[in-house]
Ligand binder design. Structure first.
Ligand code: GUN
Length: 291
């Protein structure tokens, strides 16, 4: 069993971007600028956005963090996005999800100009991704593809089983793995809460991508020997032995599943850091395309 080390690959990607930014500065060109919008104070969202902003600083990008109260109206949030769309200095806009219930995710995502849609959630970006046209790819699936590429894993002809059909991970992941690309060229099965015989389907998988958000859901009796297992889950589970009061659990029962795998991602240190590296890559590209 070998570890797909997201920390390591992410650092390599960030180091490359750091060099590219230094070149931009040396040539007197514009430095990429990411604007992140955080509504309310969901603990996990605060951590993720904090980490995205810190990474911008680490690489040399400019960043703006806009914190808005939980009670902000949808109209006000849409106005904020319009201001960022019109701000010539801002290259990428990210609105951290989930949003409060009174705000429509759909309206907010649609309001972001596709040229600044570094999350790749806008229907224009999704449509281009489906057609394999150049566009912004959602950060988590993009990060997973970068990791498979880094480890030179040839996925051609493999059966990939994606558990979860969210717009953020499962669905784009299924599209990327089935694309005529490398990595890609997989036969993909996408599973969800209504899937029958999930265990039997998973047992046929050469690659399992677990993205359902249920801690330690994937057990060893669902995984065939030699499979590649990608764990997207990162749930906070109460744990009194930890100083912060919780432990982070993936969607895979790592200790029992890992011995069966050819490759597996750990949690933390697997997909999470790659998501940030992919977002930074998208932001760099947004800047380059614009200037
Ligand atoms: N919430 C969970 N994952 C993501 C992500 O990749 N982007 C945004 N904007 N919100 C998220």
């Amino acid at each position: 069993m070998k570890i797909l080390d997201g920390q390591l690959v992410s650092q390599a990607t960030k180091d490359e971007l750091k060099i590219k930014v230094a070149q931009l500065v040396a040539e007197g060109k514009k430095v990429p600028h990411l604007a992140a919008v955080l509504v309310g104070n969901n603990g996990a969202s605060e951590t993720y956005v904090g980490s995205k902003v810190r990474t911008c600083e680490e690489i040399g990008f400019h960043s703006t963090l806009i914190r808005l109260d939980e009670s902000i109206s949808e109209f006000k949030l849409l106005e904020t996005i319009e201001e960022l769309n019109n701000d010539m200095d801002v290259d990428g806009i990210l609105v951290q999800l989930p949003l409060p219930k009174h705000i429509s995710d759909e309206k907010v995502i649609n309001a972001i100009h596709p040229s600044k849609d570094v999350d790749g959630f806008h229907p224009v970006s999704v449509g281009k991704m489906v057609q394999s046209l150049p566009t912004f790819i959602p950060a988590t699936p993009h990060g997973i593809m970068l990791m498979l590429e880094h480890y030179k894993i040839n996925t051609k002809g493999m059966h990939a089983v994606v558990i979860g059909r969210s717009n953020i991970v499962g669905r784009p992941m299924s599209i990327l793995l089935s694309a005529n690309s490398n990595p890609g060229n997989c036969t993909v099965t996408i599973c969800h809460s209504h899937t029958k015989n999930l265990r039997e389907i998973c047992l046929q998988a050469d690659i399992i991508v677990a993205a359902l958000g249920r801690p330690e859901f994937v057990k060893p009796d669902m995984v065939k020997d030699g499979a590649i297992v990608i764990d997207v889950g990162i749930t906070r589970v109460p744990d009194a032995t930890k100083k912060r009061g919780y432990a982070l659990k993936g969607d895979v029962e790592f200790d029992t599943v890992a011995p069966k795998c050819s490759w597996i991602t750990p949690v933390p240190g697997g997909v999470g850091p790659m998501t940030i590296a992919a977002l930074m890559t998208n932001t760099y590209n947004a800047c380059l395309l614009k200037h």
